[in-house]
Design a protein around this ligand. Structure first.
Ligand code: ADP
Ligand code: ZN
Ligand code: ZN
Length: 735
């Protein structure tokens, strides 16, 4: 007996057994193919996971597969192995996990875009019909004439190209029984001719050559590398050389980046230097574009796949190298649904593929640093900026008792003036968009809060609205206080909109641009602003962390960091790490060319240990110290965490559920796994739902894994509670 074990697109951990389709006994699909299967009273798309010889179900209870959807599997054995490993590790139903590996349209029963297209062919009757009979319908006659000469049929695109719009004619011919619809297989595209790579624009520095050589030496086997290089040290150049070398060996590279929208230059640099087609996968592209590129990668035609986190699952039959750029960036972690870390999966995938993986950054995450210090990862350092560029000097500016205008101290303002007069550019970093974070009544103390969250509303003056940054709810700006009808309404604090408005009168003759999510909503706007900034058309760039990521502005010689003080005292144990990374990343935007850069950090806490260690010992010194503290406090990476989250519109449901979850956990009787909580989430009410969380911690990863497996199994057996959602986050980033 042949049994197909199938994962269906549903949040179900189980696989389902089916018999082969009745009318296709000869076709034997390979695992990774899509199937249409009967499921309950409906049909569903499934993915064949395994073929077995027997089933635990009695055979008269088994249903047959409806039909096979693909001529060949969409996912290869190694791709499936990765998804299965991920589903297992993140305690995610395999049904859900395996479908995230596919482009949106292929999660349905739609045929493969490139391989099949709709067409028409002449029926025997149509072949026998004399064209003269259709003399009064010239379009129909033209269509039939073409189809009579093409016995295999023609695609609708080809017919359209030759005849123009002929849909009505096709319909009429079909009704007369002269033609029939058919599906045509698209011919394989001609093999790509790989042009030789253009010569490198400059020789590598010694550090770059050493790094490149070590990684190249590991081609063909598993080895993880930390490429720890200061901003501007030429990491990207190392990536490009490695990808070139790999492609010349006929293999494929996967390059993961946190956000492509913020790094359009990266794509340009690769495409101008790497030969052959490049596949690009990220959420800003259309479904069709993504599917085409996905297949370009899956068929092995693209030598390079450049993508954001979900590209980690894209099939690459000749994969030979994985590069993760900005590996410290939290957006490599999927934060909802199937919560996986693309960086951690990259290491796993390299292991499964027996190829090297390179984690590149100027500010390594403490997890990666820990692995490098323990020699699990080879640690490659690029300590120097290329060419003439010097590292920027960071200085603290104590703003206690200082008069501020537009949030800027006199000292910072005069530095700005000096740089602008010298023809240089200035970058101001303020990580808060909108006009002001607080809108309040001076008479009674009312503060604008979100109706659906435990959060304040941010004033957006351009739109004259109060906006919630957590659930996107907004309301028009009130002209009177809703509590006391008073008119003395005030805005407190400073966001980027306000900074922009207050800066203009201080620098009236200077061109200025604000870069944040609001100012770059229009498609192409971000690229336009970045281009203008690079060409030197903008003298003051101000914005949020969009300015901190991956983009260099060679003409910027002064970076002002305006308000970090809040994040110095945030409760999340990762806050110091994130803050330090942000400072170094923002600082790295400055002085990339011959001109040296300077970074001025305004603070009311100049004595703060984080700032002090960052200043004295740089990121490396800070990170070493922070790792010691994590060890002492028994926090990751010395402890492994999982976070169960629950939410419901009802005020107590989520907490009640997690209390029960805790009891189930205690019954597993594993004292080495600690359960902490449940407690309300840091922002308990969000988008109208009350949220709670339960933390699990354990010093051993395998032990925690085993515990989670039994525990989630038990949780899934609990009766469903209406309106309750829960999820498990393994290695949570935000808590
Ligand atoms: P990173 O990715 O580490 O920030 P990049 O690869 O973007 O650094 O390099 C920074 C700048 O230095 C780029 O403008 C790049 O063209 C240039 N560069 C890189 N390597 C060299 C080299 N060996 N010699 C001269 N310039 C280089
Ligand atoms: Zn009031
Ligand atoms: Zn809200």
């Amino acid at each position: 007996m042949i049994i197909y074990r199938v994962a269906v697109d549903a949040p179900l951990a189980a696989l389902f057994d089916y018999l082969p389709p009745i009318d296709a006994a000869d076709a034997s699909p390979a695992p990774g193919s899509r199937l249409l299967v009967p499921f309950g009273h409906r049909q569903r798309v499934g993915i064949l996971i395994e073929v077995r010889e027997e089933s635990a179900q009695p055979s008269d209870k088994l249903k047959a597969v409806e039909r096979l959807l693909d001529p060949r599997p969409l996912l290869g054995p190694k791709d499936l192995a990765l998804v299965r490993w991920a589903a297992d590790y993140y305690q995610q139903p395999l049904g859900e996990a395996v479908f995230t590996a596919l482009p949106a349209r292929l999660r349905t029963s739609a045929p493969l875009l490139d391989e099949h297209e709709p067409g028409a062919r002449a029926t025997p009757l149509g072949c026998a019909t004399a064209l003269a009979d259709l003399a009064r319908a010239p379009k129909q006659r033209a269509v039939l004439a073409l189809l009579q000469r093409a016995p295999a049929g023609l695609s609708l695109t080809k017919l359209g190209a030759q005849i123009g719009d002929c849909r009505a004619a096709l319909r009429a011919l079909r009704e007369k029984g002269l033609i029939a619809s058919c599906t045509l297989e698209r011919r394989e595209p001609a093999p790509q001719v790989t042009a030789p790579s253009p010569p490198p624009p400059y020789p590598l520095t010694d550090e770059q050559s050493e790094a490149t050589a070590s990684i190249q030496e590991a081609f063909g086997r598993f080895q993880a590398f930390l490429l720890d290089g200061v901003t501007g040290s030429g990491k990207t150049e190392v990536y490009i050389r490695l990808v070139q070398a790999l492609i010349e060996q006929g293999r494929q590279a996967l390059v993961l980046v946190p956000e492509i929208g913020l790094t359009p230059q990266l794509r340009e640099r690769f495409s101008s230097r790497v030969s052959g087609p490049i596949a690009v996968l990220h959420s800003a592209r259309s479904n069709t574009e993504r599917e085409r590129d996905w297949q370009l990668a899956a068929r092995g035609e693209a030598g390079l796949l450049l993508g954001t986190r979900s590209a980690i699952f894209a099939p690459l039959p000749r994969l030979g190298l994985i590069l993760v750029d900005e590996e410290h960036d939290p957006s490599l972690k999927q934060q909802e649904g199937f919560r996986y870390s693309a960086r951690d999966l990259a290491v796993r995938r390299a292991q499964l593929t027996s190829c090297p993986v390179v984690l590149g950054t100027a500010t390594p995450s403490l997890e990666t640093l820990h692995n490098a210090r323990a020699n699990r990862y080879a640690w490659l350092r690029l300590r120097h900026r290329t060419g003439q560029a010097r590292p920027p000097a960071i200085s603290l500016l104590d703003i206690r008792r200082q008069p501020l205008r537009a949030g800027l101290s006199n000292v910072l303002r005069s530095h700005m003036r000096a740089e602008i007069d010298a023809g240089n550019q200035v970058l101001l970093f303020l990580n808060r968009r909108g006009y002001a974070p607080v809108f309040t009544c001076h008479s009674c103390g009312w503060v604008g809060g979100c109706r659906h969250c435990d959060a304040r509303l941010t004033l957006h003056l351009r739109q004259k609205r109060l906006w919630c940054h957590h659930c996107d709810w907004s309301q028009p700006l009130p002209t009177r206080c809703p509590e006391c009808q008073g008119l003395d309404l005030r805005m407190l604090g400073q966001g980027t909109e306000r900074l922009e408005d207050e800066l203009r009168p201080l620098f009236p003759d200077v061109s200025l641009a604000r870069i944040d999510r609001d100012s770059t909503r229009r498609k192409g706007e971000l690229t336009r602003l970045f281009d203008a900034a690079r060409k030197g058309e903008i003298q003051i760039l101000l914005g949020t962390q969009m300015l901190a990521k991956g983009h260099d502005f060679p003409g910027v010689t002064l970076v002002g960091i305006l308000d970090l003080d809040q994040s110095l005292y945030a409760s999340d144990f990762r806050a110091p790490e994130r803050t330090a990374q942000l400072v170094i990343q923002v600082a790295g935007r400055a002085g990339r060319a011959e001109r040296p850069g300077r970074v001025v950090l305004q603070t009311r806490h100049p004595e703060h240990p984080l700032l002090q260690s960052l200043l004295k010992d740089g990121y490396g010194g800070f990170a070493a110290q922070e790792l010691d503290e994590r060890r002492a406090a028994e926090l990751p990476p010395f402890m492994h965490l999982a976070l169960a989250r629950a939410d419901a519109a009802d005020e107590t449901l989520a907490l009640d559920f997690l209390r029960e979850a805790r009891r189930l956990g205690e019954r597993l009787d594993e004292s080495r796994v600690q359960l902490l909580g449940p407690v309300p989430a840091p922002m308990e009410r969000r988008a109208g739902r009350y949220r709670a969380q339960l933390l699990l911690q354990c010093a051993s990863r395998p032990l925690l894994q085993r515990f989670l497996r039994h525990w989630t199994h038990a949780l899934r057996q609990l009766p469903r509670r209406r309106g309750l959602r829960w999820s498990l986050d393994v290695d949570p980033q935000d808590m």
